[in-house]
Design a protein. Structure first.
Length: 567
């Protein structure tokens, strides 16, 4: 009797009966048909030890392998080499070669291999006739492969002459049998049948578990010095609130398998980027940026390599393919079931007024006797394209007291190196918070405007955005609505003494809340990957900053507010 048959014999009686029906003995055709329905919706691909038990509805192996809490790769390779070398054609040397092959293509935590991976592996098997490739293919496509190879298998004589073996050898022999079968396959392997089965399996996944197919998002660059793209995270973490069908990785070995590759432009190295020709059809090369064009190295955007390089954008701008607001913030509706709309709004026509002008939100004003705070670490914005905000603060300070915190503070006690620790103090004592951007660019609304909203202060904004698209009406004061620093200061003085008027700036809290780190953009990205539409940015530099040096941030600082900008 061939040694590959050993694994199929003398397990528990139910498993044995299922095997007979599964591999061609006409004992229970209905059972095989039932198996064909159930298998496509089972969980992620299984290691060889668990595979057969899963096929026959046994959970024992799965539970045992999960007890050790090891990674999938660790579970695949049993510490006892003999567990695998009993397979025909696999000696100890071949086993170690096999490990080297499987490691790069093995799925990692929370990933489910997609059908095209299986197809690629089977194609390689057909071309190279290598048993080690089949082993990897079994690990990824298990049930599909069994179903596809079934017409080529003759297990009748195996089952008729099986000796007594331990359950431990069940999976080993199963893999060994498939290794031999693959070696005997004709070069004219029916690829159309395989493709049909792939589509069938994928359709079952969609119906039964949304979609188990994983979209891979590869962070090609770091986000500044953070290896996991800031606090975004890896694996399914970025998509945990909305979509289990996507996962993030930093493993560049997965470039060809990735559906989207994110390039943080601020940390890009042109000599370290994959050539444009490597981009597959329907693969997205994403331009990612959170700083304004004023603080982007614009000459790099004109590099010849970047012509038609990016086909998606992920920035703070509302016209991006994916609007990224996680590092800035967002105002959202408390009740999403009403006619309320989350900010930012797409159009001016969507602007809504706060409903009840007499309904005040309770704010404790007992200790709010200080006028304005400004938290700032970039002390100079008077360069090309800068907002010259420091001159505006200097001019306002001639009429009202302004306390400066952060890196630009002159008093050591106000340096506040750990920003979150200062928020409660600012909320308790100050009525206003200066949200003055360093550049006057459309849609550039940073976290400095959302913090005061979240901590019971009224933001005084100064920037290049249409703030009515970002904040509820009556929640902020726009410095550009005033003709001089003195008139702005006088209005703030009035609000310091008129509590009733000041409290009207918090009516929006009845309807909205502030999300300081919204994850919506990752959900939007994952959804975008489900669409087949592709596009190309022929000139990413023109899209980001305009045809000239910086047309998109062309708004000049108001001379009536900042003066000439000279000391």
């Amino acid at each position: 009797m061939p040694s590959c048959c050993v694994a199929y014999c003398q397990s528990d009686s139910r498993c044995n009966d299922n095997l007979i029906s599964l591999f061609g003995v006409p004992k229970d055709q209905a059972l095989f048909e039932e198996w064909a329905k159930v298998i496509p919706i089972k969980r992620k691909p299984l290691n060889p030890k668990s595979l057969v038990c899963q096929l026959h509805f046994e959970e024992t192996c799965i539970k045992n392998s999960n007890k050790k809490k090891k990674s999938p790769i660790e579970n695949w390779f049993h510490s006892d080499t003999s567990f695998y070398t009993t397979c025909p054609g696999i000696n100890e040397e071949k086993f170690h070669e096999l490990k080297e092959f499987i490691f790069p293509c093995a799925y990692f935590e929370k990933e489910v291999w997609r059908s095209d991976d299986c197809l690629q592996l089977v194609t390689e098997v057909k071309q190279k006739r290598k048993d080690d490739l089949l082993f990897s293919c079994c690990s990824k496509c298990n049930t599909l492969l069994v179903k596809t190879l079934k017409p080529h298998l003759d297990f009748r004589r195996c089952i008729s002459s099986c000796p007594t073996v331990k359950l431990r050898w069940l999976a080993t022999g199963f893999v060994g049998a498939l290794l031999i079968v693959c070696y005997q396959l004709s070069a004219s392997f029916d690829q159309q049948l395989l493709t049909y089965n792939l589509e069938f399996l994928q359709g079952q996944h969609v119906q039964q578990h949304h979609r188990m197919t994983k979209f891979i998002i590869l962070y090609w660059t770091q986000y500044y010095h953070f290896p996991d793209f800031g606090n975004v995270g890896l694996g399914g973490k970025p998509f945990g609130t909305c979509d289990p069908g996507c996962m993030a990785t930093t493993d560049r070995n997965l470039l060809n398998q990735s559906d989207a590759i994110i390039f943080h432009f601020r940390t890009i190295n042109v000599s370290d980027m994959p050539p444009p020709a490597w981009r597959r059809p329907n693969q997205h090369f994403i331009f990612f940026e959170v700083e304004s064009p004023v603080h982007t190295y614009l000459p790099a955007l004109r590099w010849p390599l970047l012509k038609s390089y990016f086909n998606r954008t992920m920035t703070y701008r509302r016209d991006s393919d994916v609007v990224y607001l996680e590092t800035h913030g967002r105002v959202k509706c408390i009740n999403s079931l009403t006619s309320c709309l989350d900010f930012p709004l797409a159009f001016k026509s969507n602007i809504q007024n706060v409903d009840d002008p007499t309904d005040h939100f309770p704010i404790n004003l007992t200790l709010k006797n200080r006028t304005a705070a400004w938290f700032v670490s970039n002390c100079h914005s008077d360069g090309v394209g800068g907002s010259r905000r420091e001159f505006l603060v200097r001019n306002i300070s001639q009429f009202i007291p302004v306390d400066i915190y952060g890196g630009c503070a002159t008093e050591e006690s106000k340096k506040c190196p750990y920003r979150p620790a200062c928020n409660p103090m600012l909320s308790q004592y100050y009525r206003f918070y200066f949200c003055f951007e360093n550049s006057l660019c459309p849609d550039y609304v940073t976290e400095k405007c959302y913090r005061p909203l979240a901590f019971d202060m009224v933001p005084v904004v100064y920037g290049g955005s249409d703030y009515s698209l970002y904040f509820p009406a009556g929640s902020y004061i726009n410095a550009m609505d005033f003709d001089s620093p003195e008139s702005l200061a006088n209005y703030l003085k009035k609000l310091m003494t008129d509590d009733e008027l000041y409290l009207t700036y918090f009516r929006w809290r009845r309807k909205y809340f502030v999300d300081l780190a919204p994850k919506d953009s990752w959900c939007q990205l994952c959804q975008m990957l489900r669409d087949s539409e592709t596009k190309t940015y022929a000139d990413i530099g023109a899209w980001w900053s305009g045809e000239s040096i910086n047309q998109t941030c062309s708004l000049s600082p108001s001379k009536s507010l900042v003066g000439t900008g000279k000391s």
